[in-house]
Design a protein around this ligand. Structure first.
Ligand SMILES: [Fe+2]
Length: 458
């Protein structure tokens, strides 16, 4: 595609350039011929007041005859003057000839008769090009000078470019255009593999970097999840639910990536909460609860140290905010809390209510929905809750209280979709389907984090 565009642009520029060059080439010869007339008629031009118009008429006729088709010269192969006139510096016509053998001479005569006599000004174009029956004619005005190099009159001629000159110009143009296309194609053939190779290397390096980032995400998220509850299944479930809700809401791919990171690391700050509070069997007192609430800011502090994790801050910092402003740590209300955090808050509470914990049994679907409804407009965003409730039966059926390995596989597919697909597309450009499957098998054996599960559909 890019090659086609470059070729079209170059060919167009070349075509226009060559067309102008062909006109310029003829124009130079025509101007040179006009200059010769000054020499030819110098004796008359030197007479004060141009007192011999008859002499100038004769000189003009001789000039035109010498450049007629009957004279075989390189000039005449380019075309011939079909009309010429001389006028003085006061725009008074002195002499005129026109070639009656030229098939369009009546049109030329009328056109030139209607046209005002032109006195060229400095910087002004000396020629005009017009076409009759598809063939170009060049009308040119040249000054006629005396031996003292003073402009005493002007010669205006209309030069009809010959078929042979046009054919030669067309052939030159075609040859040059063919050369341009050949150069573009040859350059492309040489550079394309180099660019693809460099792109592949860059993608492999980026993929390796991304693998490291995903491992960091997995290690951090799993570390705090296991410390909190001996299992990281909550992290997997709650991230899957948040992703599905985010997709239904219409988050962009960039927002989805931030949501995935934030969901998986939402409670990473609990690493900094003492065991006596984190694992206390009974309810927390108000001091202990105040300490527990610091896990949000501790989490923000932890992820702020990684540039790659910074976009997780919306969820980590906002997952305990409530839409009525009664949440923590900042008491933000409504849309002051980022949408990703409002999405996650619903997913987090739904999963907590439907899960078995050491201190409680899982609630039924109906009990869970009733609690969520109680929080409509106070804890939860009403619009998001409406959307969530349409999807809730499916979440309850497929995810509630599950801890099996398939959760990890499902989150792996999600992470692959949002973090790896672009990279895989670049990497697989040169790979066959078999190569890609081999690389995936290798990747799955080597790693065990959300970003390296099987590709969707496999
Ligand atoms: Fe939390």
């Amino acid at each position: 595609m890019a090659v086609s565009v470059i070729s079209i642009v170059l060919v167009s520029v070349t075509w226009i350039n060559l067309r102008d060059t062909a006109v310029e080439r003829v124009l130079d010869r025509v101007l040179m011929a006009s200059g010769q007339f000054s020499l030819q008629a110098r004796e008359i031009l030197d007479r004060p007041g141009l007192l011999d118009p008859g002499g100038l008429q004769r000189e003009l006729e001789a000039f035109a005859a010498a450049r007629s088709p009957h004279h075989d010269s390189s000039f005449n192969q380019m075309g011939r003057f079909v009309y010429a006139r001389i006028y003085d510096t006061g725009a008074r016509r002195i002499a005129r000839v026109s070639d009656s053998s030229y098939e369009h001479i009546a049109v030329v005569n009328q056109r030139m008769g209607d046209a005002a006599l032109r006195i060229p000004q400095p910087g002004q174009k000396q020629h005009r090009v017009f076409r009759l029956d598809g063939m170009p004619l060049i009308s040119v005005v040249a000054p006629l000078t005396s031996s003292k190099d003073e402009v005493v009159a002007y010669l205006e001629g209309v030069f009809a470019v010959s078929e042979a000159a046009m054919a030669a110009a067309r052939m030159d143009t075609l040859k040059t255009v063919a050369c341009v296309i050949a150069i573009v194609l040859a350059t492309t053939l040489v550079l394309y593999p180099v660019i693809i190779n460099l792109l592949g290397r860059l993608a492999r390096t980026s993929r390796s970097l991304l693998d490291s980032h995903m491992e960091t995400l997995n290690v951090l998220g799993s570390a705090i999840a296991k410390r909190d509850s001996d299992t990281d299944a909550h992290n997997y479930r709650v991230t899957i639910i948040a992703v599905k809700l985010g997709e239904a809401f219409g988050l962009t791919a960039r927002e989805m990536r931030a949501l995935i990171k934030g969901a998986f690391l939402h409670d990473v700050g609990k690493i900094g909460i003492s065991d006596s509070i984190l694992h206390k069997p009974g309810p927390l007192d108000s001091d202990e609860y105040s300490v527990m609430k610091t896990h949000v800011n501790k989490g923000l502090e932890i992820i702020s140290r990684s540039r790659w994790l910074k976009d997780a801050m919306d969820v980590v910092g906002g997952h305990h905010e409530k839409v009525d402003g009664s949440g923590y740590p900042n008491g933000r209300s409504g849309t002051d809390t980022p949408v990703s955090a409002r999405i996650f808050a619903i997913a987090d509470v739904f999963d907590a209510l439907t899960s078995k914990r050491p201190y409680k049994e899982p609630l039924s679907y109906e009990e869970t929905l009733a609690i969520l409804e109680k929080g409509r407009g106070t804890h939860f965003d009403a619009e998001l809750l409406d959307l969530f409730e349409k999807m809730a039966p499916n979440f309850y059926k497929r995810l509630a209280n599950r801890e099996d390995l398939q959760l990890k596989e499902r989150l792996g597919d999600i992470a692959h979709k949002y973090f790896m697909d672009d990279m895989e597309t670049i990497l697989s450009r040169k790979a066959t389907g078999v190569d890609r499957r081999r690389r995936w098998s290798k990747g799955r054996k080597r790693q065990n984090h959300p970003g390296t599960s099987s590709p969707p559909g496999e």
